[in-house]
Design a protein around this ligand. Sequence first.
Ligand code: G3P
Ligand code: MG
Length: 243
Amino acid sequence: MTLIFSHRGASREAPENTMSAFYKALQYGVDGIEIDVQLSKDGVPVIIHDESLKRTTGAKGNVSDYMADDLRKLDAGSWFHHDYALERIPLLEEFLAWAAHTSLQLNIELKNNIIPYEGIEHKVYALARQYNMTDRIVFSSFNHYSIRALRLLDPDIDLAPLYSSGLYEPWNYVRYLGARSAHPHYKTLFPEIMQGYKIAGITLRPYTVNSKRWLSYFFKWQADAVITDDPGLACSLRDSLQK
Ligand code: G3P
Ligand code: MG
């Protein structure tokens, strides 16, 4: 069965990458949640997508300009709806402490393709170990040096390079990185690429699959997972196509 990962939580129902979005994703019955992680100025892993704080908090500057305590004072919900004014930028630790009591799989994306956060791989990995959750986390990144760095930290964890362009025989590159999963942009996944990945035995979780047409395509291919903004649609389509 194709697993369903909710992208940034249930990001159409609640402000993305907030605890409310994660609670709502769990209520949908998804298999997993995808989150984006960056570091505060004092090196604390926090959950937020953009490097700039502007869009989701209205604050000036970047995540990396603020100490974690100051990031926690920002309103991360009002941009979405005034009902969410009390929403805060979650700490990765807070998220893991909550997820540890669920059966969710987690996709932690290291968001360091623009700002090269020193030591982010080790900090995120250490927290995953602390919560004893490495066996249900896949670590992904557009920065493939981070995939290599994580592999050197642990030979067993699930790693997935993210990419968005038409790589030639990408399964060979994925193996070369030492990963056993790949998270490509869904539009790169022509049937011959799907077939190549299947033969190579690489776990495939395309992002961000929101339309009925593309969700059906991946369900028919029995993709390992899809990462979606629309967990409701994905769950009902999967019920009709795979059960
Ligand atoms: O991890 C899949 C997806 O989240 C990658 O793109 O920009 O939404 O983080 P983005
Ligand atoms: Mg992401």
